[in-house]
Write a protein that binds this ligand. Structure first.
Ligand SMILES: *[C@@H]1O[C@H](CO)[C@@H](O)[C@H](O)[C@H]1NC(C)=O
Ligand SMILES: *[C@@H]1O[C@H](CO)[C@@H](O)[C@H](O)[C@H]1NC(C)=O
Length: 620
């Protein structure tokens, strides 16, 4: 018996090493698949639990298990799990008393990256409410749009965003929206301060009966994404999706002893779901920053013993651009989770800051398919494996960039892209991988659905992203389709920018796109515009318009004046050629303007300015 056992074990080891030479990523694949299966099993258990076990319940358990453990470090303050629990109960009670919030109501949170963001959300969760996470950079029309599409009757903001709230206050009041500020007092009629009520409220736990009907399919959050067209869209994030995203840390092998550094905004999935919710799932400590700072980054990591960092492509470039220091490698960071880093920067980052495991991942807030890099392949966003293929069917299909649509064969079906060929990623919509869509936007939701892909009548989620699978099954992100580009880590919806530009007196039509700038990640905003009859380009008026209505990352830094805009056969504006032509005045005959942030106006783009941008004397 014993002998047989040894023989079997020997065989197993032999076949394992054999497999490993044949398939060099075999053990990484196995470890990852095992972890994923375990996490999948947990999700199934939570689904069956009655009452449903949510991320809030997970937080409450953590607060019970280790009430004195630090949950958040923020600007020199530490707040423990127990304190966050109590604070969130106070918020919940204050809100309950002020507006009689009840299960299922939606509340918009328009708050900066502070611990109050976390306990306000937890407070809302305790009442069974849905939180809409508004981007704190948006203003006026965009802000109103985002607020309206989630159907909230209440908005909670803070003193530092008061100007933005005041700007839209008349409209909010017209619609009977209750506006609260997390501050002691507020002299403005129509805005109520909430801090006194919170301070006076009891910190006793709230009854779970308040959220008895919440289940895994209920909406937990609205997170805004800049889609391919129009204003931001509110992606409906169910409790199931919250769980799935919060498991990403666990899937990367992160434990409760790790320290997680969040310098991304909490209103995005990366910071909120992967970072904060993931930290709750692990029961770990987070270091929260108001905003990313390259110069403070490693000092923070050293000071707080950070072991896991989060990044977007730009983060790594900014870190690599800081002056070299002797202590660059002295820190405890061992894992970096994020997405969008380019291969050259990735390599430079590792050379400079030491042996950090980069866990590059690909996922969309509203999408139904994602990848994660769990091996050690530079540049890849993940690997295709059979388990994932089985549970979450997906494919890359051939795509026509100019027409911006999938290529179809004579039967009207899509064609799978070859290995090593760039294609559009589509994920089959199933019970297990649903696509819930966008709040109050049936049209946009429908646009993301792709039918008749491989069979008549089948249904896929169109990610709008172009990827590539190589012969070793590694997955590489290539580009985003068409109407959105990324700058400084934010998605910019071109039509939203065009809407704002055409509100300027002198501009008739605008075609907005992103252009590459040497030495920068992503694309910077540029617009080709036509002028109203008899009008001249009004530099200061357009500047005012752009600055008043668009966050800094979305402002077109270059404007190109054209006599008419080129349209495609389907009356879409042609962008590909414009994008290629860029903004070099030596090669473009049209008049060009540059948004001069110092002079606070647009100025003619001269060859001197062009040279200064190229040599980085002018910072973009
Ligand atoms: C970081 O680790 C060191 C050594 O283990 C410890 O002395 C220090 O207190 C830790 N710092 C924090 C902020 O936890
Ligand atoms: C994944 O992480 C490893 C370890 O840090 C890194 O070196 C590698 O380049 C990444 N591989 C993939 C598949 O993205």
């Amino acid at each position: 018996m014993y002998i047989w056992f040894t023989v079997l074990a020997g065989l197993a080891i032999l076949s394992f090493s054999f497999l490993k030479t044949l398939f060099p990523y075999f053990d990484a694949d196995c470890a990852y698949i095992l972890r994923s299966l375990k996490l999948g099993a947990r999700l199934v258990k939570y689904k069956k639990n009655k009452p449903f076990y949510s991320i809030l319940d997970c937080f409450l358990d953590a607060a019970r298990r280790h009430p004195t453990k630090t949950f958040v470090h923020f600007e020199g303050r530490e707040v423990s799990y127990g304190e966050v629990d109590k604070q969130s109960s106070k918020v919940a009670r204050a809100l309950q008393a002020a507006v009689q919030l009840k299960e299922g109501d939606t509340v918009a949170m328009f708050l900066p990256n502070e611990p109050s963001f976390i306990w306000t959300w937890l407070g809302l969760a305790k009442l069974g409410c849905v939180a809409a996470l508004l981007n704190f950079n948006i203003r006026s029309k965009s802000l109103l749009h985002c607020f309206s599409c989630c159907g909230a009757k209440v908005i909670i903001s803070s003193a530092e965003l008061l100007d933005a709230v005041e700007e839209v206050l008349p409209t909010l009041r017209e619609r009977g929206i209750r506006v609260y500020l997390l501050s002691e007092s507020c002299g403005i009629q129509g805005i109520d301060s909430l801090s006194d009520q919170i301070a006076q409220a009891s910190d006793q736990p709230l009854s779970p009966d308040l959220r008895a009907n919440v289940n895994i399919r209920s909406t937990a959050l609205y997170i805004y994404t800049s889609g391919t067209t129009g204003l931001p869209k509110a992606a409906v994030v169910s409790h199931e999706r919250v769980w799935a995203a919060s498991f990403i840390q666990a899937a990367c092998g992160i434990t409760a002893e790790d320290i997680f550094y969040i310098n991304l905004p909490l209103y995005h999935s990366a910071g909120f779901l992967i970072g904060m919710a993931g930290a709750i799932e692990r029961g770990m400590t987070i270091i929260l920053r108001r905003k990313f700072s390259a110069s403070q980054f490693w000092d923070d990591c050293r000071k707080y013993n950070v072991t896991v960092m989060q990044y977007i492509g730009e983060t790594m470039r900014y870190l690599c651009n800081t002056p070299k220091k002797d202590n660059d490698k002295s820190h405890k960071v061992k894992i970096a989770i994020g997405n969008g880093v380019r291969t050259d920067i990735w390599t430079e980052f590792l050379n400079r800051f030491g042996d950090i495991q980069v866990r590059e991942l690909y996922a969309a807030t509203e999408g139904n398919i994602g990848f994660i890099n769990y091996t050690s392949k530079i540049g890849a966003v993940g690997r295709v494996n059979f388990i994932q293929r089985f549970f979450f069917p997906h494919a890359l299909i051939k795509f026509d960039i100019e027409k911006e649509e999938p290529i179809r064969n004579s039967e009207g079906l899509c064609i799978t892209a070859a290995t090593g060929e760039t294609g559009l990623l589509v994920g089959k919509i199933t019970q297990r991988s649903p696509f819930i869509g966008y709040a109050g936007n049936q049209q946009q939701t429908e646009k993301k659905r792709l039918r008749n892909v491989f069979k008549k009548g089948d249904l896929y989620f169109n990610t709008g992203d172009l990827l590539l699978f190589d012969h070793e099954n590694f997955v590489y992100f290539q580009d985003r389709v068409g109407d959105t580009f990324r700058w400084k880590g934010e998605n910019v919806a071109t039509s939203e920018v065009a809407d704002i530009l055409t509100m300027a007196q002198c501009i008739s039509e605008a075609n907005v796109y992103g252009v590459k700038v040497e030495g920068h990640e992503g694309r910077i905003g540029m617009a080709a515009v036509t002028l109203q009859d008899g009008e001249e380009f009004d530099c200061s008026d357009v500047y005012k318009q752009v600055v008043n209505y668009l966050p800094a990352y979305a402002r077109p830094r270059f404007i190109r004046i054209q006599a008419c805009l080129e349209l495609t056969g389907t009356f879409k504006m042609k962008k590909v050629k414009l994008v290629e032509e860029g903004f070099d005045p030596a090669h473009i005959e049209d008049r060009l303007y540059f948004l001069d942030a110092e002079d606070k106006t647009y100025v003619p783009l001269t060859e001197d300015i062009y040279a200064a941008i190229a040599s980085r004397q002018i910072k973009l």
